[in-house]
Design a protein around this ligand. Structure first.
Ligand code: GDP
Length: 298
């Protein structure tokens, strides 16, 4: 799945890096390391990770003649190691339903990601309930209801502009009542101020922990992989306010800069747990550092 979504990045990068080599290989010297660094930067992986890879290659191969494959192997294993620093597993409740709150700026792909995540978890044998907590956006509630219908899972909705915390509470209540494995709760994607957002999320946390003490078990931040630095900073506000535990990186298929996952993990200090690979119901994948790094570079 990653391979298809990352084909744009891989093609660009491969030609770019391949260019550095001749059939007989290439001597690893300062010039080579600088060239390689520049090409790594073009994947949007960020300066820190690119430096780390360059230095590793300098250490392992300096003054030797190397071939493309060796360099790609090293880049892949270094990238895997960087991505494996945090667990990409979904945290599950010790008992009872696992409660997942989903936050993110409007347009990031939040609603679609919830639908796909619900399908993914349902398909894996979990009983899933959705909570349409973005009550200020009628379209989001409608969209989520359509997803629930397609999946055949339960959904809790409130009236337009109902208190999101009450929808969250009812969702958890329903999940407990029906013995569900997972409740996924949408939250507002647009609030006037950060303090508004904080209040709302605090309230949601408070009411659901009345029902399940250690809930929410995950707070997933949805980010748009195709968004520029501006959108990323905006999302930073969200993540700081929401106390997130992981990232869903949506629209990875639309990006020719798949390397962006590295600075995202770095900036947010959060692991990417799922990636969005298209608009269809099956277009989501659990993030796996090694397959991802391979798909990116090989
Ligand atoms: P929200 O406003 O954050 O809830 O965003 P939506 O879920 O409505 O998504 C915004 C647009 O992005 C829609 O057209 C989605 O179909 C599209 N979208 C969401 N996730 C993905 C993805 O992983 N890949 C692609 N190609 N499009 C996506």
């Amino acid at each position: 799945k990653f391979r298809g979504a990352l084909s744009k990045t891989r093609q660009a990068l491969n030609t770019d890096i391949r260019d550095l080599f001749k059939a007989e290989g290439r001597l690893v010297d300062d010039e080579f390391l600088t060239d390689l660094f520049e090409r790594l930067i073009r994947t949007d992986m960020g300066v820190g990770p690119a430096e780390e890879i360059r230095d590793r290659i300098g250490k392992d191969y300096r003054a030797r003649v190397v071939h493309l494959e060796e360099i790609l192997d090293t880049i892949t294993s270094q990238t895997t190691a960087m991505l494996e620093q945090k667990s990409t597993e979904l945290t599950r409740a010790a008992s009872g339903p696992t409660v997942i709150l989903v936050v993110g700026v409007n347009g990031s792909g939040k609603t679609t990601s919830i639908g796909k995540l619900a399908y993914y978890l349902h398909h894996a044998g979990n009983k899933v309930v959705l909570g349409a907590g973005d009550t200020f956006r009628a379209a989001a509630v409608e969209q989520l209801t359509v997803w629930a219908g397609r999946i055949g899972c339960d959904i809790v909705t409130g009236k337009h502009e109902a208190d999101p915390a009450s929808v969250a509470f009812q969702t958890v209540d329903r999940a407990v009542e029906m013995g569900a494995d997972i409740a996924i709760i949408d939250t507002a994607g647009r609030l006037q101020t950060q303090s508004n957002l904080m209040q709302q999320l605090d309230k949601i946390r408070r009411v659901i922990s009345k029902k399940i003490e250690d809930a929410p078990h995950e707070v997933l931040l949805v980010l748009d992989a195709t968004a520029g630095q501006n959108a990323i900073s905006q999302a930073r506000g969200f993540s700081e306010t929401a106390g997130c535990s992981g990232i869903v990186l949506a629209k990875l298929d639309g990006s020719a800069k798949g390397g962006v996952i590295l600075p995202i993990q770095d900036q947010f200090q959060l692991p990417v747990k799922f990636v969005g690979l298209g608009e269809g119901i099956e277009d989501i994948a659990k993030f796996d550092p090694q397959s991802f790094a391979k798909a990116l570079f090989q």
